[in-house]
Ligand binder design. Structure first.
Ligand code: NAI
Length: 328
């Protein structure tokens, strides 16, 4: 099997290259993101391998098919950037890595919460500048507060456990609640009662901008919003308004709705032209990380293993267990 690997980064090479040799596969690493214009680079390859910010629309899929690609292998869990219906119509199987390290994402969510609340990201810079003042760095005790968790799949459930470990009361919302010890409530109740709100549901037409201007008004004053799921779950304008007028006390964001032009790239020598991102980055109570919640050794190893195993299933004509199907 030969694989056209789009949006490749040095860490991808480190984890995929040794393992691909064991499978006897040839990977062509390409810096470009997969989109309608670059899909032609997959000509002659069995598999196109893509990531979270590639744009896999119907046109991209059409070009991949025309180039003879037999499968699209997403090396991530989310697939909101893939037109799955168009792929099904074109007869192009799409596989993903449904789970690689939910702990990695849940733990990063906790890191964002602790930093935003106790302002360690600001303290770090102050002390490097010999400024030992603690004015403006006050946080609040997590113990005794309420965490509202939206989406209680693998990551949300783990984060619920972490929040409970801090002594927080956990409220949860999920259209498919699990029969366990979580206290499920309506979204209205969750928004009204939570001191922190953490998003762990997929991005779908139903969840797009679930944090909206009207929702922000329903939240507790000073609420901390955490998003390690997908950027477009939050209407950034609504978030900014809430942060500026104090309704929202802080935000820890690993994802951003317009992240694709910036995240994963070194743009340190450039002007950021995205005004909402620029404004977010100026606010002292906002911590943005660059979609790195997944980024642990364990997760990278699992991503490489499952992606190559998905490709091996295609090669050997086995059922593709991790296929992504269109929403019915
Ligand atoms: P999962 O599929 O195990 O859980 C998702 C949960 O969301 C399910 O329980 C589902 O019922 C629920 N859900 C579906 N629609 C909902 C709605 N309208 N409202 C509330 N809940 C809803 O997925 P997992 O592994 O927990 O991942 C969650 C999300 O985290 C993924 O969709 C992905 O976007 C994101 N993610 C982010 C990473 C990062 O590096 N920042 C890495 C991996 C995943």
């Amino acid at each position: 099997m030969n694989i056209a690997f789009f949006d490749a980064k040095p860490y991808d090479y480190i984890w995929f290259e040794p393992l691909s040799k064991e499978y006897g596969y040839e990977i062509h690493y390409c810096d470009y993101r997969l989109c309608a214009d670059t899909a032609v680079l997959a000509r002659g390859f069995d598999v196109a391998c893509a990531f979270v910010n590639d744009k896999i629309c119907a046109e991209t899929i059409g070009v991949l098919k025309e180039c003879g690609v037999r499968m699209l292998a997403m090396r991530c869990a989310g697939y909101n950037n893939v037109d799955v219906a168009a792929a099904a119509k074109a007869g192009l199987p799409v596989v993903r890595v449904p789970s690689y390290s939910p702990s990695a994402v849940a733990e990063h969510t906790a890191a964002l919460l602790l930093s935003v609340n106790r302002k360690t990201h600001r303290a770090y810079y102050r002390i490097r500048d010999n400024n030992f003042s603690i004015n403006g760095l006050m946080g609040f005790d997590l113990a005794g507060k309420t965490a509202g968790i939206i989406g209680t799949g693998q990551i949300g459930s783990l984060f619920a456990g972490i929040a409970s470990g801090f002594g927080m009361r956990v409220l949860a919302y999920d259209p498919f609640p699990k029969e366990d010890q979580l206290e499920y409530v309506s979204l209205d109740r969750l928004f009204a009662a939570s001191d922190i709100i953490s998003l762990h549901c997929p991005l779908t037409p139903d969840t797009y901008h679930m944090i909206s201007k009207s929702r922000v008004k329903e939240m507790k004053k000073g609420v901390v919003i955490l998003n390690t799921s997908r950027g477009a779950l939050i209407d950034t304008e609504a978030l900014l308004e809430g942060l500026i007028d104090g309704q929202i006390g802080g935000a820890g964001l690993d994802v951003y709705e317009e992240e694709s032009d910036y995240f994963f790239e070194d743009r340190s020598g450039e002007i950021i032209r995205d005004e909402e991102l620029s404004r977010l980055l100026t606010l002292p109570n906002v911590l943005v990380t660059s979609h790195q919640a997944f980024f642990t050794r364990e997760a990278m190893q699992a991503i490489a293993m499952v992606t190559l195993e998905n490709i091996c299933a295609l090669e050997q004509g086995r059922p593709l267990e991790n296929t992504v199907l269109p929403r019915s």
